[in-house]
Design a protein around this ligand. Structure first.
Ligand code: C2E
Ligand code: MG
Ligand code: MG
Length: 577
C-alpha cells in the first residue's frame, strides 16, 4: 500500500486545500473522520475537480484488496486508471456506469472483483459535481451465494448434477455442436425393480443403493461426460465428443451390465437392473427438449421390450407414441361419453348343467375405430392410472346389472393391479353393493398374478377384507404366470380359472390333458372350484368334464353378450330356473 495513505494518527486522510466535508456544528473534522473510519463500508469523496478529498480507512483497505493504491493527490481519474487491470469489457461496463451516473445524476452500483475479493461500489453524484463513493466488501456474501448456487445444481444424496445443471451442460454441449460440430449423446437411465427395494427394505437402504449406482455410473464415463440424477431412480449421462454411435452403444451396454451386477448394502444382497434410452445429437434432435423427449421414447421402448436393456431412438417410436397419446386422450373422454359397455359371459356348472354366474367383460365402442378390444386399452389404462375410475364404473355397473338377473346368479369382475394399489377398491365395492342392493356373496373378484406379483401386506389385507365382506375371489388366467402355484398358497382363493391356452392345447398337445387334470385335482384338494376358460367345442367340454373341472366358460356356452341378451341364455339352461 502506498505510504501516502499514512496520515498521522487518523488512518483516513483528507486532502488539505478544499475539504468539502464540513462537520456538523460543534464537531471537529478529526472526530468526524474517526466516525467515518468506524463505519464498516469505505467512503471516498471526490470534489468537483475530480480530486479524492476523503478516503476512509476501510475504503483504503478495500481498494488495496483490489490492487489499487491511491496517492494523496489521487483523482477520480487515478481510480479509473487503476481499473486498467480488468478486461476491456469490464472496464467498459464500469465506465458506462460512471457515465450513467454523470448524465442521469442517479446513484449507480457495480462490483469489482480481484482474486477472492469482491467489492461493491456505489457512486452517488452529489451537489455541485461532487461524488460520494461507498465501498463494501461483499466477498463473503457472494461466496455463500455461489455455494448456494452450486448446491442448487447438485443432487444432495449422490452429489451428482441435478436436472438444472444437466440442462446447462446440455445447452453448452449443443452450443458446442453448433460451433464445432462436436456430437453428443443423451442416455436416459431408469432403474428396474428399485421401488420394491425401497418399499420393502426402507429408504435408508434405498438411498445407499442409489449412491452405489451413482458411483458405478461415475466410474464408467470419461471426465468430459456428465452423470446426473434427475429423479428418484432416474439418471442421465450426457456423453460428450461422440464420434460414432458405436461408442455410445458400448457405453449403454456397459451401463446395463454394471447396474445389473449384485450390490451388497448393509448385509443385503440386492439386484436391480437398468433400462436405457438413447438419443444422439444432431441426428435425433439438436435442441435439449427434443433430445430429452426422444431419449425418453427410446427408454419407453426399452421398458416395453422387457427392461434390463437399451434402445436407441428411432423415428417410428414417435409415431407410435402419437397413436398411444391419441388413444389415451380418447380413453379419458370415453367414460364421460358413455362409450364403455359391459358384456357378460356365462359360466356353466358341470355337475348341475346350470349357469351359475357371468363374467363382466368391458367393451369400448370408439366413435371412429369401432370396437376396441380390452387387450388393446386395459394395459394402457393401467399404466396411466385410468383403470381406477374405469374399474370403478365396471364394478358399479356389474352390480346393477346383476340385480336384474335371477337371484342365485353371481357376477365376476376383473380387477387390475393398479386398482389394488389405489386405496379405494374396498370402499368402491362396499358402496357399489350398497347402492345396487346386490348381496356380497353374488360378487366375485377376478385377479391375475399381476396383483400378487406386487404381493405385499397391503394386497393381502385388501383381499382378506373383501373376503370378510363375503365377496369371493378367483385366480384368473391360472398357469400363465411364473409361479401360480406359490400364489395359491398365499391366499385361500374360492376359484381357479384355468387359462384358455391349456384348454386349446387339449387336442393338440399330449400333456394338455395332464395339466388340466392336475389343476382340477389341486383345486379339489384345496377346496376351490376350477373353471376351464375358452371352451369352444363339445369335445373339449367332454374332456374337461372327465378331468374333473367344476365349471366351464367359453364360446361353446356363449360369447360375451350384453345383459339384455342373457335372458335368452338363462332360459336355454332350464334346469337353473
Ligand atoms: P379374461 O378375464 O381372461 O377374460 C376372458 C377372455 O377370454 C375374454 O376376452 C373373453 O372374451 C375371451 N374368451 C372367452 N371365451 C372364449 C373362447 O371360447 N374362445 C376365445 N378365443 N376367447 C374366449 P376379452 O373380453 O377380450 O377380455 C380380455 C381380457 O381383458 C380379459 O381376460 C381381462 O383380463 C381383461 N378385461 C376385460 N374386461 C375387463 C375389465 O372390466 N377390467 C379389467 N381390469 N380387465 C378386463
Ligand atoms: Mg377374467
Ligand atoms: Mg382369464
Amino acid at each position: 500500500m502506498s505510504a501516502d495513505f499514512q496520515h498521522g494518527a487518523a488512518s483516513s486522510w483528507r486532502r488539505a486545500p478544499r475539504p468539502i466535508l464540513s462537520a456538523p456544528d460543534g464537531m471537529p473534522p478529526a472526530a468526524l473522520i474517526r466516525y467515518i473510519d468506524a463505519i464498516r463500508q469505505g467512503l471516498l469523496m471526490i470534489d468537483d475537480s475530480g480530486s479524492v478529498i476523503v478516503c476512509s480507512a476501510p475504503a483504503r483497505h478495500l481498494l488495496a484488496c483490489l490492487g489499487m493504491a491511491l496517492r494523496q493527490d489521487a483523482s477520480a481519474l487515478h481510480l479509473l486508471r487503476a481499473l486498467r487491470a480488468g478486461t476491456a469489457q469490464f472496464r467498459g461496463a464500469v465506465l458506462q456506469s460512471v457515465r450513467t451516473a454523470l448524465i442521469e445524476q442517479q446513484p449507480v452500483t457495480f462490483e469489482l472483483t480481484r482474486q477472492d475479493h469482491t467489492v461493491q461500489v456505489e457512486l452517488h453524484p452529489a451537489a455541485g459535481g461532487t461524488w460520494a463513493v461507498i465501498l463494501e466488501d461483499v466477498s463473503r456474501r457472494r461466496a455463500i451465494e455461489a455455494r448456494a448456487d452450486e448446491m442448487a445444481r447438485l443432487d444432495p444424496l449422490t452429489g451428482l448434477p441435478n436436472r438444472l445443471l444437466l440442462r446447462e451442460r446440455l445447452a453448452e454441449a449443443l452450443a458446442r455442436l453448433q460451433r464445432t460440430g462436436e456430437a453428443c449423446a443423451l442416455l436416459l437411465i431408469d432403474l428396474d425393480r428399485f421401488k420394491p427395494v425401497n418399499d420393502t427394505l426402507g429408504h435408508p437402504i434405498g438411498d445407499a443403493l442409489l449412491e452405489k449406482v451413482a458411483d458405478r455410473l461415475r466410474s464408467t464415463v470419461r471426465p468430459t461426460d456428465t452423470v446426473a440424477r434427475i429423479g428418484g431412480d432416474e439418471f442421465v449421462i450426457l456423453q460428450a465428443g461422440v464420434r460414432d454411435a458405436a461408442g455410445t452403444q458400448a457405453l449403454a451396454r456397459r451401463i446395463v451390465d454394471l447396474i445389473g451386477r449384485t450390490y451388497m448394502v448393509e448385509g443385503h444382497l440386492l439386484t436391480i437392473g437398468a433400462s436405457v434410452g438413447v438419443a444422439l445429437a444432431p441426428e435425433d434432435g439438436a435442441d435439449a427438449d427434443k433430445l430429452l423427449k426422444n431419449a425418453d421414447l427410446a427408454l419407453y421402448r426399452a421398458k416395453l421390450d422387457g427392461r434390463g436393456t437399451y434402445r436407441f431412438f428411432e423415428s417410428e417410436m414417435d409415431a407410435r407414441m402419437q397413436v398411444r397419446r391419441k388413444l389415451e386422450l380418447d380413453m379419458r373422454q370415453a367414460l364421460a361419453r358413455r362409450e364403455f359397455k359391459l358384456h357378460y359371459q356365462p359360466q356353466l356348472q358341470l355337475e348341475t348343467d346350470r349357469v351359475i354366474g357371468c363374467e363382466a367383460l368391458i367393451r369400448w365402442t370408439h366413435p371412429e375405430r369401432g370396437l376396441v378390444s380390452p387387450l388393446d386399452f386395459i394395459p394402457l389404462a393401467e399404466e396411466i392410472g385410468l383403470i381406477v375410475p374405469i374399474g370403478e364404473w365396471v364394478i358399479r355397473q356389474a352390480c346393477r346389472d346383476a340385480m336384474t338377473w335371477p337371484a342365485q346368479m353371481s357376477v365376476a369382475v376383473n380387477v387390475s393391479p393398479a386398482q389394488f394399489k389405489s386405496d379405494r377398491l374396498v370402499e368402491t365395492i362396499i358402496s357399489a353393493l350398497a347402492s345396487s342392493g346386490l348381496p356380497a356373496r353374488r360378487l366375485e373378484v377376478e385377479i391375475t398374478e399381476g396383483v400378487l406379483l406386487q404381493e405385499n401386506e397391503k394386497t393381502l389385507q385388501t383381499l382378506h377384507r373383501l373376503r370378510e365382506l363375503g365377496v369371493r375371489v378367483s385366480m384368473d388366467d391360472f398357469g400363465t404366470g411364473y409361479s401360480s402355484l406359490s400364489y395359491l398358497r398365499s391366499f385361500p382363493f374360492d376359484k381357479i380359472k384355468i387359462d384358455r391356452s391349456f384348454v386349446k392345447d387339449l387336442s393338440t398337445k399330449p400333456d394338455g390333458e395332464a395339466i388340466i387334470r392336475a389343476i382340477a385335482g389341486l383345486g379339489k384338494s384345496l377346496g376351490m372350484s376350477t373353471v376351464a376358460e375358452g371352451v369352444e367345442t363339445v369335445e373339449q367340454m367332454q374332456r374337461i368334464r372327465l378331468e374333473g373341472c367344476t365349471d366351464v366358460q367359453g364360446y361353446l356356452i356363449s360369447k360375451p353378450v350384453p345383459t339384455e341378451d342373457l335372458v335368452q341364455i338363462f332360459a336355454s339352461y332350464p334346469s337353473q330356473v
